[in-house]
Design a protein around this ligand. Structure first.
Ligand SMILES: NC(=O)C1=CN([C@@H]2O[C@H](COP(=O)(O)OP(=O)(O)OC[C@H]3O[C@@H](n4cnc5c(N)ncnc54)[C@H](OP(=O)(O)O)[C@@H]3O)[C@@H](O)[C@H]2O)C=CC1
Ligand SMILES: O=C(O)[C@@H]1CCC=N1
Length: 274
């Protein structure tokens, strides 16, 4: 890493747990990572698992930080930012990263001040195992050095994609931010039917997760399109063709399109609400 900066996560929920776990696993020094949260248990988990600094006081970790990662739910963001603005005199000297869905950079300027450097990141929970995807968008005031730093941090936990504007963050969030939930939902359905057809829960889960892992690895190692990879499994007149027919009859592509568009719409709605 070119330059390690002290980085403080405000909020220690599911997403920061994944990012911090991935960062430490990838070699970012735990001694440069801070997290704050109102209740103790999630902080204790982070301190015990990864040896980072923790506090129940947001201001205490911000004081130590060169970089702040706003990691609270969108509906709490205005209050959390107002508290920081009131008590932190050198906010403009710090880089502010926000991982919240929906809320636009312009809104953070209203909350924190015009001259604060803001980067929006839309990560996802597979960051925990180094297989995340993070979409990034920056305010024009953000320096190239800041951008390089943010890219390096999120490269620790997976792939990074700079999007051309914040609409891209909403779309990437709806596909990749929410995406693990879609895959888990789909996998849970496959596990359930395997159990109904006679497998133990353990074996059903093992066959589903290993198949998902294998398919994802094949996709990432192949130059073939996803449709082509699907065709390779689908022997003419065979059993897969019957399974695929059932999915197509139910309009699987249309279901995916509706799911993503509903999530994009909610991101846009949250931009107005919070
Ligand atoms: N989960 C995901 O897959 C993704 C989430 N995001 C974004 O990440 C953000 C966090 O989501 P996620 O981690 O899932 O949420 P969680 O609900 O898991 O965590 C939110 C955390 O914020 C804490 N908190 C509440 N009030 C404050 C406060 N005033 N100051 C500091 N911390 C506070 C809560 O503490 P307590 O429990 O003690 O109340 C809780 O631990 C959201 O904005 C979301 O849009 C982005 C991409 C993916
Ligand atoms: O559900 C949410 O709003 C957040 C953003 C993407 C994943 N979780």
């Amino acid at each position: 890493m070119a330059n390690t900066r002290n980085i403080a996560f405000i909020g220690a929920g599911n997403m920061p747990q994944s990012i911090i776990g991935g960062m430490v696993r990838g070699g970012y020094p735990a001694s440069a990572i801070y997290a704050s949260n109102p209740s103790r248990p999630k902080l204790d988990t982070l301190a015990q698992k990864h040896g980072i600094h923790t506090s129940q006081d947001n201001l205490e970790v911000v004081k130590q930080a060169d970089v702040i990662v706003l990691s609270v739910k969108p509906q709490l963001m205005a209050d959390v930012c107002a508290h920081l603005r009131e008590h932190v005199s050198d906010l403009a000297d710090k880089l502010v990263i926000t991982i919240a869905a929906g809320i636009r950079i312009e809104k953070y300027h209203q909350y924190l001040g015009d001259n604060v450097r803001i980067v929006r990141v839309m990560p996802n929970t597979p960051s925990l195992v180094g297989e995340g995807v993070s979409g990034l968008a920056a305010d024009p005031q953000v320096t190239q050095d800041d951008k390089d730093f943010v890219t390096e941090v999120f490269d620790y936990v997976g792939k990074t994609i700079w999007v051309k504007d914040e609409d891209g963050i909403d779309v990437l969030g709806a596909v990749a931010g929410s995406g693990p939930a879609y895959f888990f939902e789909f996998m849970a359905g496959l596990q359930q039917v395997a159990e109904e057809l006679g497998f133990s829960s353990e074996d059903a889960r093992a066959m589903v997760q290993q198949t998902a892992l294998g398919a994802a690895q094949m996709a990432s190692q192949s130059d073939l399109s996803l449709v082509e990879l699907r065709k390779q499994v689908t022997s003419k007149g065979g059993s897969t063709a019957k399974g695929i027919e059932a999915y197509q009859a139910a309009g699987l592509d249309d279901i995916s399109a509706r799911a993503v568009k509903a999530a994009v719409a909610r991101n846009q709605e949250m931009a107005k609400l919070f």
